[in-house]
Design a protein around this ligand. Structure first.
Ligand SMILES: N[C@@H](CCC(=O)N[C@@H](CS)C(=O)NCC(=O)O)C(=O)O
Length: 225
């Protein structure tokens, strides 16, 4: 198959990372909405694409890539348009630190905050201790990310980079929870968050259905495609 095919539904934060980049590049692509809330990544059809049952998966001219940390830099390199990989070695290191922090610590912490409120079926019985722990862990993650950002507009420098596309979608999910104010009360966060939300690629990749609908459906144990 020629062109770009992105497997994964709009509700996935990692899928949105890729979609933000594709939007910035002005790229045309087909999206196959493999839905996490319906358990579709674990079905055999998708397991054949991604042996660990995750989205996103990307096909580009018949070449398959799994893992956002490989997909995003690949697309940034091969697609025309502005680059979202900083020129300087230090800024590239800042970007990769942020991506690594999200992969290793950030996604788990921040999705646990969202999960407590929106995906009770996926996390089991709501647990107040786990909620508090997730808030503390999430704040630590955002604090580190804002330290990396320092005085820059975006996480790895003045222009936005892949790092911002990694962090923004998961913050969007947390922003819809009653814990958002507490999690986001981190020095420097507000300025970054306002700038990211103003980006056309952030606005263009808002899930096509309302989040409220998604969360209501998740809570009721049925999916939304
Ligand atoms: N390491 C993967 C993580 C992707 C990931 O965790 N995706 C979530 C959705 S945001 C997923 O597929 N979850 C399905 C599941 O765990 O069953 C990557 O970087 O692409």
């Amino acid at each position: 198959m020629t062109g770009i095919v992105l497997y994964g539904f709009d509700g996935s934060t990692y899928v949105r990372t890729v979609r933000m980049l594709l939007a910035e590049k002005g790229a045309r692509y087909e999206q196959v909405p493999v839905n996490v809330l319906k358990g579709e990544p674990r079905q055999s059809e998708h397991m054949a694409r991604h042996p660990f049952g995750k989205v996103p998966v990307l096909d580009h001219d018949g070449f398959r890539i799994i893992e956002t940390g490989a997909i995003a830099p690949y697309l940034d390199e091969v697609l025309p348009g502005p680059s979202f990989t900083p020129d300087s070695s230090k800024d590239r290191a800042r970007m990769r630190m942020a991506m690594g922090i999200i992969d290793s610590y950030g996604y788990g912490a921040l999705i646990a905050v969202a999960g407590y409120h929106f995906f009770p079926d996926l996390i089991g019985e709501p647990d107040e201790e786990a909620r508090k722990h997730a808030i503390v862990s999430s704040r630590r993650v955002l604090q580190e990310l804002m330290k990396i950002r320092g005085g820059s507009a975006f996480i790895a420098g003045e222009p936005p980079s892949l790092a911002d596309f990694y962090v923004a979608p998961i913050c969007c999910l947390v922003s819809l929870t009653p814990d958002a104010n507490e999690v986001f009360a981190v020095e420097g966060f507000t300025r970054w968050w306002e700038q990211v939300q103003a980006m056309p690629s952030y606005q263009a990749t808002a899930p096509r259905f309302g989040w409220d609908l998604l969360f209501a459906a998740a809570a009721a144990g049925r999916g939304v495609s």
